[in-house]
Design a protein around this ligand. Structure first.
Ligand code: ATP
Length: 258
């Protein structure tokens, strides 16, 4: 079953066509990848899926429902969350509070219940705190719980950003360059973590990434974009041997890793 389908999606900015007639499907439960040279249109695709940009033409279908041009908060409430290329955290808040504030999006109690600290408020607060503990544990952040977000090494800040995205229990998680700035060791750990997240949270993951080892190592299906158009798609073994991809991505004579 498809979790997400892009049908003939085009996005123009004035005279510039950033994304042109792109068709792609993300299977439920898969880890799928989106690669391409700088400026190929990858982040624009994430912005179209999450409603930050309006689609010029075409359709984006999530779980059978057209979502193109819905407001970002509607799309988020349907179960799509993302991380950003530039990490977005509450820099001065602790790791724990960063995750807890994200968990609060799931709170079902109303203002009166919270002010009067009624039963439902107490029960839900307890659950949210437990969710926060679980997320810290899974994401390897427990020993940093009281550290301010800005004081963490870069790789851990990225993990914290993913933890915040997971806090809202997404069905589709979009990761925009999650390994940016990580060393090979951190990238390898992240690869394993992404697999674990998919299995534990039973979500579907769609990743933009420049680290070829990560993309080729964990994605089941990869779409390659070049100048806004889909160059090809398929499993890693097919994509990394495709001469068009090698030429577009790295130039003649190069080799894609993994
Ligand atoms: N809001 C915007 N207004 C005008 N042009 C834009 C806008 N957003 C993106 N573009 C243009 O669309 C094209 C695709 O950009 P996009 O950021 O999607 O590429 P990308 O593949 O994510 O690149 P990178 O790997 O460098 O992040 C670029 O030419 C970019 O300048």
């Amino acid at each position: 079953m498809e979790m997400l389908e892009m049908k003939n999606v085009t996005k123009t900015f004035g005279g510039l066509t950033a994304v042109e007639k792109v068709n792609f499907m993300v299977k439920k439960g898969s880890i799928s990848g989106l690669i391409g040279p700088n400026g190929a249109g990858k982040t624009t695709i994430f912005n179209l899926i999450t409603g930050i940009y309006k689609v010029t033409e075409g359709e984006i279908i999530f779980k059978g429902i057209p979502i193109q041009n819905l407001e970002p908060h509607r799309i988020a409430s349907m179960g799509i969350t993302r991380t950003f290329q530039n990490i977005r955290l509450f820099k001065k808040l602790s790791v724990y509070d960063n995750i807890l504030t994200a968990c609060h999006h799931n709170a079902g109690y109303n203002l009166i219940e919270s002010v009067l600290r009624l039963g439902r408020f107490k029960k839900e607060e307890k659950d949210l705190r437990q969710d926060t503990e679980n997320l810290m544990e899974i994401m390897g952040l427990a020993k940093w719980r009281d550290h301010a977000a800005h004081s963490l090494p870069y790789g851990l800040q990225r993990r914290l950003e993913i933890a915040r995205a997971l806090a809202v229990k997404p069905e589709l998680l979009l990761l925009d360059e999650p390994a940016a700035g990580m060393n090979p060791d951190e990238t390898l750990q992240l690869m394993n973590l992404i697999r674990e997240i998919r299995d534990k949270f039973k979500c579907t993951i769609f990743i933009i990434e420049h680290h070829m080892d990560l993309v080729m190592g964990i994605c089941e299906n990869i779409m390659v974009l070049n100048f806004g158009r889909k160059l090809t798609e398929g499993p890693p073994e097919k994509v990394q041997r495709d001469p068009q991809v090698i030429q577009a991505y790295l130039g003649e004579g190069a080799k894609l890793g993994a």
